[in-house]
Design a protein around this ligand. Sequence first.
Ligand code: SF4
Length: 260
Amino acid sequence: MNYNRKHCNKNKYYNPDYHTMTSKVYFAPFKAKKNSENLAGMVTRLFEKAGFDNCISENDLTAIKVHFGETGNTTFISPVYVRKVVDSVKKAGGNPFLTDANTLYFGTRSNAVDHHNTAILHGFVPAVMGAPVVIADGLIGKDGIEVEVNLKHFDKVTLASACVNANSLMIVSHFKGHMVGGIGGAIKNLGMGFGTRAGKQQMHSDLNPVVDPVMCIGCGKCIKWCPKGAITLTDGKAYIGPGNMLWMRRMPYYMRPKGH
Ligand code: SF4
């Protein structure tokens, strides 16, 4: 997926009808008869076939949006494939950098230092990738730029500054099941992934966790998981008070007990 600000008509991009347009989707087979057809080679061929080189101008600061993976996680896109994207961007004349914004939840990517260290641990280092890592929303996730979108949920959103200031942008995404979205892939990786921490908070603000009283057996296990003491047991059922919602919204989904 590629979006180039230079070649994109802004009004068209923000027109709600634009979302109904379909894109051409390319697939690559797993089998290979020669070296250039192995999976890494297929990334290069997909890049060329999709005409991405036409979206990059000479000396463009080209952001390659990736997910560096949470420490210990192995399901991010391998640096072996991302390197091929870097090489293709360079061949097209761009000046690429790898980027992602900090997470809202407290993990190993919630500030730029931890984020960098996680990237290094997973092989995203300039010597391997041929491009540096730039954390898009800065040291503590506050380097954002407000962008007017006038869409259904928001008039304005706060995006990571490196995303807004880049001349062109490539998205390299894996997809996975997601508790709220069903499937999280390229759109989530771009939309949520390029929000600053405040922007991500804004996007999660409609998610009010509630306990299903039918499912809740009143075991009380969820109480110990909440360091803010937001959950109490009332009449044998877990209860999250309205005043405690803000913190609960920030709580990573995987830390939430069943029923929330
Ligand atoms: S919501 Fe809390 S108290 Fe209720 S069943 Fe789940 S863990 Fe136990």
